[in-house]
Design a protein around this ligand. Sequence first.
Ligand code: C2E
Ligand code: MG
Ligand code: MG
Ligand code: MG
Length: 279
Amino acid sequence: ENNGLGLNQYEVYSPAFHTNNKNEVSLESKLHDALEKEEFEVFYQPKVDIKSNKIVGVEALLRWNNDTHNNVSPAIFIPIAEQIGLIDKIGEWVLNKTCEHFKILEKKYPKKLEVSVNFSPRQFNDKLLEQKIFKILADNYFNPHYLEIELTESLLVKNPSLAVKKLNKLKSAGLKIAIDDFGKGYSSLGYLQHFNFDTLKIDRDFIKNIDANYKNASIVRCLIQMAHQLNLKVVAEGVETPGELNFLANNDCDFFQGYLFSRPIAFDQLIDLINLRNS
Ligand code: C2E
Ligand code: MG
Ligand code: MG
Ligand code: MG
């Protein structure tokens, strides 16, 4: 059954769904109240320029704490939110909150940073998506040039021509588009052929042990070169070791994210980190 979920998300979701049904049901009902109870929080993970080692942007990553489950992974609850029809509301909340945070950050730290927000397949299929995004940006006086949306490959499968139209509308308003988890899904190269992305994010699976794993090394070297020839910037996801970072620096990768530099952190911590590392 094609339920519109990304393959990797579905893989993460399905074991729990089938083996621990009770728990899923209670998560599901808790998710219905999560917005109202203000249980969500937006965390941020820095995106770092490999050459200067400065923070140039952040990725917004949703966190959920409720009275019985601490820190439920978005890899678990986002697919549930999609299935029960809550993802649009949650997505709007995330974008709003992110805009609010960045208005605060702007006052404390005048150099502009780019912020990336994840959109899941269901959200992307929302007919009113563009209008909703534009409205939230306008309401918050947020310059669209500083917003990047991250999409996974799988979401573009269903209706490519509609997806192209949507992406072009978003791009003509100034937003940037990243293809997330690149290499993990199907027909990756076809996507590069048909869509005008700005950024390619190489999945962590390929970054892992890249300094020791010659297969990963070859794949990533080629991906970086190809992306650059197509005029895309490259972000390496999930960089954990100096060896991995070294390899990426030596092979012309543009940006990296990963525990090596910082885990995703709360907004207040982000401000401290920016003041510490970017000054
Ligand atoms: P993603 O967009 O690919 O985000 C990267 C994930 O990798 C994040 O997991 C991040 O915490 C994790 N990560 C970052 N650096 C490292 C590292 O060095 N090592 C390892 N092992 N992991 C690292 P997280 O925050 O659990 O999010 C999982 C996924 O949930 C995201 O994958 C994204 O697809 C989805 N997601 C998160 N927030 C949102 C949201 O607001 N909306 C939507 N639609 N999806 C979201
Ligand atoms: Mg992402
Ligand atoms: Mg990713
Ligand atoms: Mg992912």
